[in-house]
Write a protein that binds this ligand. Sequence first.
Ligand code: ZN
Length: 299
Amino acid sequence: MKNKEARNRRQAFLHNDDNVSKMDSSLHSELAMTLKPKSDKDGNMHSIQLHDGRSCTYQIRESIRARRIRLRLSSREGMVVIIPKGMSTRKDDLEVLIRNKSSWISRHLNRFRSREHSHPSPEMPKLPEFLDFQSIREQWFITYATSPEENDSLVRIRETGPKTLHMTNGLAHPTASVVALQQWVRQRAGRLLPSWLNQISDELALPFSKVTIRNQRSRWGSCTRGKNISLNCKLLFLPRQWTRYVLIHELCHTRIMNHGPEFWTLVRRYEPQAKQIREAMRLAWQELPAWLTTAARNN
Ligand SMILES: [Zn+2]
């Protein structure tokens, strides 16, 4: 019974895979791939030779959650073949699977390799493992994985749990990942900073017209004559008191536009530490994570 079920699932997978990999099937005859178990201390490392002659190792792992056989590639673990727990698998089946996905594997391995060999540059900052929003006392953890689907290289980010983000295809596309992360931070700031500004505005009886959240490169905030305030989403990464000071500073501009002595007297009435905070904030830009301050463009 169990075996039959496993066989059905296996066939379902292979059938499925035929649909997905139609373009690859013509390549089968050209691919000189061999699957040979490699002796390893846990006996779970295998080696396969790809059609470009490159030898690639992979692990086989059982998963309770997996409903079908899947391939997973990551820069940390390399290739992992995930098999539903209890499913009996034949080496031939795995060979078919890997053969069908060979162009996808090759493409991702090339990306990982070029990442390893490239030097860090402003265009390719290190991607973060967590976001530390000191201002609002929130920490978000980020996990990364490559999509198991053929032809899916779209970078996307989603919330997968409390304070947990998951990024798909991020490691292979650092620039697009940085853009996605910056957009997400801006979105998060958009949900939190306006209500905080409203609250302080009410507290201090300094009304404003409108608030916009941006990702400016050199300003924490600004205020127009029309009392429109704009705030930098990077404020989330600063200590709470500093961000509060910026909100107070911009709200004080609704009454006094310049930075004259009267303005500072007003600011200090609401934040006595204003001078010290302002001084400390001069260095704050340098301490922000590189992926946040890079001017990434997604082409
Ligand atoms: Zn100002």
